[in-house]
Structure formats: structure tokens, C-alpha cells
Design a protein around this ligand. Structure first.
Ligand code: ATP
Ligand code: TPS
Ligand code: MG
Length: 332
């Protein structure tokens, strides 16, 4: 059965994201309970924020970012929030809360929406994130637009882009290439692909976040900058580096999952080039002072140095120029 009114929607949202003061009280028992002075239900939320917050918004749209044919509603709810939180982690920051704008056709069954809210609330709870507001509308298909914000783990220290210097070490937390394999396999075979390629499909449907590692990186003064890789490492690297600088990657240092190696090989593609073009990895790409790489990997064992910053613009693999395309919404 479909939801009949906006009020039905809001009642459902309250069930999965109990407002402050309710017996379930999740919203009231936050890591920073003083953060939300007025939650959902009024014209605006009222927040008490630290001196500086970082804020980001990301769309998650049916048939652009996900398909109902192979995403469970729980996966849609999880991933819509996860890709937003990933941008807060990309600043080396702690996520604090979020707003949810959503639209969809009136005939989507209530069960489907319940699945979406359950998947989203599961992640929000695990990160103690309050949902402080949003908006609803009918629309031609399903779409979500979230806004998230976070605070620096050390006063005013947000890890930005364009901070690399020649000779710095580039490092990754997380995998590249797996989510691309997952997308291609799901597009070809639907959920059947989950059996053959469990890691790749899971990387696409439920990307792993690096929230703790990001907050740790935010405290290390030799980490100069950070971003999350959403359009493919090759595409995102030039956005990360100041103009005039390039990246020389060590092909042996980039871990490629066997599922990526097999899939790319079957397509007669080079697994490394395939992985560097992969979108929706949500790995963290960072840059650190070269003398501190030992300290970096001791402090954040998941961080792996994959190359260094060079004074020639472009992407190089062991010194050789490489041309690799990534994802662009308008290039097709
Ligand atoms: N419609 C818009 N209006 C204003 N600024 C925008 C708009 N779309 C994007 N931006 C800004 O452009 C920059 C790049 O946006 P983009 O969405 O590509 O971020 P990203 O982190 O590189 O990728 P992702 O979307 O995966 O998070 C961001 O600073 C973003 O705030
Ligand atoms: C049905 C379907 N077709 C294509 C893709 C691939 N895709 C969509 S958005 C994106 C980059 C990150 O998004 P954004 O830049 O909007 O943050 C990628 C790689 C998909 N996930 N589903
Ligand atoms: Mg980003």
C-alpha cells in the first residue's frame, strides 16, 4: 500500500528518527546533545554550532545514482546518507547532523519507504547523527537530496584540497575500482551479481565509510589535505592537486581487489587503469609531508602511500604519463 499523505510520511519518518523528548529519544541522546536546540516540526531547526562547521550537499537520484531493480530500499537509504557523510570525512571532520529532502511518485509502497528509512536510520544511529529537518514532494521518480554538516576534530582544522607540495606523499584509505565493477555487474545481471561478486556489489550498494580514520587524520599536522574519491581517482586527482602539480603513482602500491583484476581481465582491460577510472569509491585520498609517512601509517594503519606529488601536471604511473577518463554527469 502507498502512503496517502504528507502526514503519513512524516509519521513514518518520526518512527525511524524519533524526535527529541520521545521515549525512544535517539535524537536527544547524541554525542553532542546541546547541538540541536529545536529539531524537526517547526519552520526551521535551531542548532548550536561550534565556531566553524563544514557543510556539504549531495543528490542521490533514481536511474542516475541507483536503480530500484537492484538496490534494496535499505541500500538506497544507507548509500544516500553514506555519500554525504563521506564528504564530511573528506575534510577530516566529525559529522554532526543532516537534513533530508526527498521526492517520489505517489504509488511507491509504504514498505519500500520503510526500508529506505530503516537503512538510513541504521547508519545515522551508528554515527549518532540527528535528522533535524527536510522537505517532501511528489516527483516523477525517487530522489533524495541531503545536507550534512560536521565539526573539526581540532579547532578550526579542516583538511582541504589544493594543499599539496612537490615531493609530498599521496595516500589512500579504502579501495578503488571495486564499486565500478559492482555497478557494471549489477547493471548487467541485477542482484544475481551479488552472488558472483560479493565484494564489488557490496562496494557499490553499501560503500564502506572511513569516519574514524578521517577524524584521526584531521588531528595529524603532517597531513596537509584530504578529499573523497567519488568520480574515479584519475578524475579526482587533478581536482585535489594545485594547478601545475601532478601525481606519480607506484603501480605496485595501489591495492587492486582480485574481483577487479578478474573482471577487468575478462574485459581485456588493464586492472590498474580500470580501477583508477572507477567512480563511487568513496576512498579518502590524502597528502602528507614525505618525512612523516612512517608516522602516518602507524597512526592510521589503513592509510597506504600510493605515490608522490610531482612538479609536472598530469597523472604518471611509475614516471610514464597516463590518460584515464573518470565519471562526469554530462559527458555520458
Ligand atoms: N548547484 C551548485 N551550486 C553551488 N555550488 C555547487 C553546486 N554544485 C556543486 N557545487 C560546488 O562545487 C564543488 C564541487 O562539487 P561536487 O559535487 O563535484 O563535489 P565533490 O565532492 O567533488 O563530488 P561529490 O558530489 O561526489 O561529493 C563543491 O564545492 C560544491 O559545493
Ligand atoms: C544507474 C547508474 N548509472 C551510472 C552510475 C554511475 N555514477 C553515477 S554518479 C557517479 C559519480 C558520483 O556521483 P556524484 O558526482 O553525483 O556525487 C557515478 C560513477 C550509477 N551509480 N548508477
Ligand atoms: Mg567529495
Amino acid at each position: 500500500m502507498a502512503l496517502r499523505s504528507e502526514q503519513d510520511f512524516l509519521t513514518l519518518i518520526d518512527r525511524y528518527f524519533p524526535p527529541s523528548g520521545s521515549p525512544a529519544g535517539r535524537q536527544a541522546d547524541l554525542v553532542r546533545p546541546e547541538h540541536v536546540l529545536l529539531g524537526r516540526g517547526d519552520d526551521c531547526a535551531v542548532l548550536r554550532c561550534p565556531g566553524q562547521i563544514c557543510m556539504s550537499a549531495d543528490l542521490f537520484l533514481e536511474d542516475v545514482h541507483f536503480r530500484r531493480s537492484y538496490f534494496l530500499p535499505e541500500d538506497v537509504g544507507y548509500k544516500a546518507l553514506a555519500v554525504n557523510v563521506s564528504d564530511i570525512s573528506a575534510m577530516g571532520s566529525r559529522p554532526l547532523g543532516f537534513c533530508l529532502q526527498l521526492f517520489g511518485p505517489s504509488d511507491v509502497p509504504q514498505d519500500w519507504w520503510e526500508g529506505l528509512f530503516a537503512g538510513m536510520a541504521g547508519l545515522a544511529d551508528s554515527l549518532h547523527l540527528p535528522l533535524v529537518g527536510g522537505d517532501l514532494s511528489r516527483g516523477p521518480n525517487i530522489g533524495l537530496a541531503l545536507t550534512v554538516w560536521g565539526e573539526a576534530v581540532e579547532d578550526g582544522r579542516f583538511l582541504s584540497r589544493q594543499t599539496a607540495r612537490p615531493g609530498d606523499h599521496l595516500f589512500l584509505v579504502g579501495e578503488v575500482g571495486l564499486a565500478r565493477v559492482g555497478l557494471m555487474a549489477l547493471e548487467n545481471a541485477g542482484r544475481q551479481a551479488c552472488r558472483d561478486l560479493p565484494r564489488a556489489t557490496s562496494a557499490h550498494l553499501r560503500p564502506v565509510l572511513h569516519v574514524e580514520q578521517a577524524m584521526h587524520l584531521g588531528k595529524l599536522d603532517f597531513v596537509r589535505g584530504l578529499m573523497d574519491v567519488s568520480d574515479g581517482l584519475a578524475m579526482d586527482l587533478p581536482r585535489f592537486l594545485p594547478s601545475g602539480l601532478g601525481a606519480d603513482l607506484d603501480p605496485q602500491a595501489v591495492d587492486i581487489d582480485p574481483e577487479v583484476v578478474d573482471y577487468a581481465t575478462r574485459l581485456s582491460e588493464d586492472p590498474l587503469l580500470f580501477a583508477l577510472a572507477g567512480g563511487e569509491d568513496y576512498a579518502l585520498l590524502g597528502v602528507a609531508a614525505p618525512e612523516a609517512s612512517g608516522e602516518l601509517t602507524r597512526a592510521v594503519p589503513d592509510a597506504r602511500v600510493i605515490g608522490r606529488v610531482v612538479e609536472r601536471p598530469g597523472l604518471f604511473l611509475a614516471g610514464r604519463p597516463a590518460q584515464i577518463a573518470g565519471f562526469d554527469h554530462f559527458t555520458g
